[in-house]
Design a protein around this ligand. Structure first.
Ligand code: PEP
Length: 249
């Protein structure tokens, strides 16, 4: 049985006031005990979030990390530093990082390895552009992104990776993949994982991301291969994010 996970990616949004609001809202509101909930604020808010979330079940995530442990990498943050701040999860390969900062599969893999080396759980983000979907290349693109990483991992590491399928055309656009479209790709990712190990494939946690909100979450999360969500815009409002977490319970 896979435990659902809802992760809220604040991207370059938020404030100390929002961190405080989440701390207050989620210490008062009861989250389903069966769901893991992760908030992923920008780096400067991690320590404030750690303190504000103390009396809540919220866990902490980070949006990226540098593959190196330390050294002359101005502007970068390492996995060890994140771990010291109570971070448990880290996004790697988000489409905004791939597109805006030109991260390729090799760099995504290096970041994922750095996350594992620091004891963090990597959430590997994959997904096709609209152009690729229209050209019928969705599965090819997604399995290339998944395969580049998974094929290079030892079994012990493969079990620790969470995969978020996020069609690029659905991120921040208000255009969500239909539950059937999302399920089809998720099932393809799980089948790919089964080519390594059937038991591992059964355990693999798969999140859907792309304009998930309080209205569409339940239908998406009801799909057999969708184990949770990676939520952007709707994770910035306590009520909406809470409603999505409830849908996963
Ligand atoms: C994301 O940033 O991973 C995301 C899914 O964003 P949104 O929910 O805003 O589409």
């Amino acid at each position: 049985m896979r435990r659902p996970l809802i992760a809220g990616n604040w991207k370059m949004n938020g404030s100390t006031a929002l961190v405080k609001a989440f701390g207050e809202a989620f210490s008062a509101a009861k989250l389903p005990a069966s769901v893991d909930v992760v908030v992923i604020p920008p780096f400067p808010y991690l320590e404030a979030a750690r303190q504000a979330f103390n009396d809540t079940p919220l866990k902490l995530g980070a949006q990226t990390l540098n593959p190196q442990h330390s050294g002359a990498h101005t502007g970068e943050v390492s996995g060890g530093m994140l771990q010291e701040f109570g971070v448990e999860y880290v996004l790697v390969g988000h489409s905004e990082r791939r597109q805006l900062y030109r991260e390729n599969d090799e760099q995504v893999f290096d970041r994922l390895m750095a996350a594992l080396a620091s004891g963090l759980t990597p959430i590997l983000c994959v997904g096709e552009t609209l152009e690729e979907r229209d050209a019928d290349r969705t599965m090819e693109v997604v399995l290339r992104q998944v395969g580049y990483v998974m094929a290079r991992l030892e079994t012990a590491h493969r079990t620790k990776v969470i995969i978020a399928y996020e069609p690029v055309w659905a991120i921040g656009t208000g255009r969500t993949a239909t539950p059937e479209q999302a399920q089809e790709v998720m099932a393809g990712i799980r089948a790919y994982q089964a080519s390594f190990d059937i038991a591992l494939a059964e355990q693999l946690k798969l999140l859907y991301g792309g304009s998930m909100n309080a209205n569409n979450a339940a239908e998406l999360l009801a799909q057999p291969d969708i184990d949770g969500g990676l939520v952007g815009g709707a994770s910035l409002k306590t009520d909406d994010f809470y409603a999505i977490c409830q849908s996963a319970g």
